[in-house]
Design a binder for this molecule. Structure first.
Ligand SMILES: CC(C)(COP(=O)(O)OP(=O)(O)OC[C@H]1O[C@@H](n2cnc3c(N)ncnc32)[C@H](O)[C@@H]1OP(=O)(O)O)[C@@H](O)C(=O)NCCC(=O)NCCS
Length: 239
């Protein structure tokens, strides 16, 4: 009997998004998938006092999905990291980026582009205005300060936060880029506008495209943002 065909193909302009609910993994997820992890991943898993299961479940999820795009067994995938820790696949054109909140692991996959993804739960109790005042762009702080409704302000904060993180993850330089170096706003149709500081080393600022989604589960809302730098207009699909 031949093995089932598992290949997933990406059109040149497509970005595929995958999500995995970390709160309700299939009961045999680790029993069937634990062997897929590398020695490095097993070492890292062993260091978690709490959250080790989420890490292991996420790695199984990521390996299984990426394997289908690369026609490689999941356990044979080899990852490298850039100097800021951004992982990439060795010897592959497939680009990906991963994010996890308490409940969700999300994975973006594309070709010939730079990709960043971020997911955050809006129930996270942080002193949001304080964080924004320290790290966000002045225009964004002003937009937040105008909001008298705390719930609305909290929601808006996470919209901005996920967009910013998706961008710095797309760049690959992470949060050290400075979250005040870019600002986001929305028009009445929720169209996203991004502005970048001239001191960011962006060769083609207009090539950056942003997408944002809500992930709901019971009463908890999560915002998810995706940043794509590409020479084409990206078509983003949830798989
Ligand atoms: C990347 C970063 C923004 C992630 O923030 P976060 O919201 O806490 O975490 P998320 O769940 O969204 O993303 C974590 C995943 O992003 C990926 N990632 C790590 N570094 C990344 C980077 N520089 N760019 C893009 N993605 C990155 C990894 O897949 C990571 O998951 P893993 O640790 O399980 O492999 C933050 O950790 C950061 O700024 N890192 C850079 C650190 C740095 O500058 N290091 C330099 C010396 S090594």
């Amino acid at each position: 009997m031949t093995a089932p065909k598992t290949h997933l193909s990406l059109a040149e302009n497509q970005i595929h998004l995958w999500r995995f609910n970390l709160e309700t993994p299939p009961s045999d997820w680790q029993a069937k998938g634990r062997f897929l992890l590398s020695d490095d991943e097993n070492e890292r898993a062993a260091k978690f006092k709490r959250g080790g299961d989420d890490y292991i479940n996420t790695r199984i999820f990521m390996r299984r999905i990426l394997a289908q795009y690369t026609d490689t067994p999941p356990q044979a995938l080899i990852f490298d990291r850039n100097p800021y820790g951004k992982p990439f696949l060795r010897q592959s054109d497939i680009q990906f980026n991963l994010s996890h909140s308490r409940q969700w692991a999300v994975l973006a996959v594309g070709l010939n582009c730079d990709l960043g993804i971020d997911v955050e739960s809006t129930s996270d109790r942080r002193s949001i205005l304080n964080i924004a005042q320290h790290y966000f762009h002045p225009n964004e702080i002003a937009d937040l300060e105008k909001m008298s409704d705390k719930a609305e302000q909290q929601d808006y904060f996470f919209r901005l936060w996920t967009l910013k993180e998706s961008f710095v993850k797309g760049l690959g330089t992470g949060i050290s880029t400075g979250l005040d170096k870019m600002s986001f706003s929305f028009d009445h149709h929720q169209k996203i506008t991004a502005n970048f500081s001239p001191d960011l080393p962006l060769k083609t600022p207009n090539a950056w495209q942003f997408f944002q989604y809500q992930l709901h589960e019971a009463s908890v809302k999560n915002w998810c943002a995706v940043a794509v730098r590409a020479d084409f207009r990206a078509e983003v699909l949830w798989m």
